[in-house]
Design a protein around this ligand. Sequence first.
Ligand code: HEM
Length: 248
Amino acid sequence: MISRHDFEADASGMNILSYLFKSSLGRKYIMAASGLALFAFVIGHLLGNLQIFLAPEVINRYAQFLKDNIELVWGARIGLLGCIALHIWTAISLSADNKAARPVAYADATPPAASMASRTMLMSGLIVFFFILYHLLHFTVQVEWVNGVEKTFHSLKTADGHHDVYSMVVIGFRQPLVALCYVIAVGLLCLHLSHGVGASFQSLGLKNKAWGPVIDTASKVVSFLIFVGYASIPLAVLTGIVGDSVAR
Ligand code: HEM
């Protein structure tokens, strides 16, 4: 475990910012802090999206609220982009450092106690990154050729002339292949979180013997609930539980 004392002792005499970026300890801190910030976004975004189960007006009002507070949204976007960039850079550079420190791979590179989630962190993280790129094209930029429907999402309007996000999500997830990709992607995201959240607490020195197992179990349970929450949306649309009011 990295203690704050170790960190401060190592960083003494060096510019703290350059220590943070250059040392592997500092990069672990950055990876953990940016990861936890992204985790908070994932929970907030899920709570916003679950409003689709209430009524079309509820989620549309929420989407309109975000559009009306564009400075807030751009602040969050810039923060998110920064966190994503730092998280990916630290993950790749720490993994390259680990490889360089062990030029000859072990015959069996898998430590017996390592979970599947921990062994696949880089892979699940990269797939989630490509999913986010697709997702932005799908629902934020609303590029027609990625949605699998012969229609632009930009033209979907509510009775009062605002963007109809409810219909967009319903029409988007009526495409079984698209819905399936979302379910797989959020599954990988939650596999990533199930190990990453606990590991972040460890890197930040916030885990001790007593609380360590509690944090690890809580991180797995919350990740599973996040999976159920996100996956329930495409599945509810595909099964017709959500979206009755949207014309086929
Ligand atoms: C069932 C799953 C999901 C649904 C229904 C959904 C829905 C949406 C919608 C409707 C938007 C566009 C909001 C608007 O412009 O009005 C959006 C944006 C976004 N979503 Fe999702 N999302 C899902 C999963 C995810 C996941 C798993 C992530 C991240 C890992 C994510 C990250 C984002 C990001 C970064 C944006 C852009 C926010 C912005 O810049 O305004 N979404 N999502």
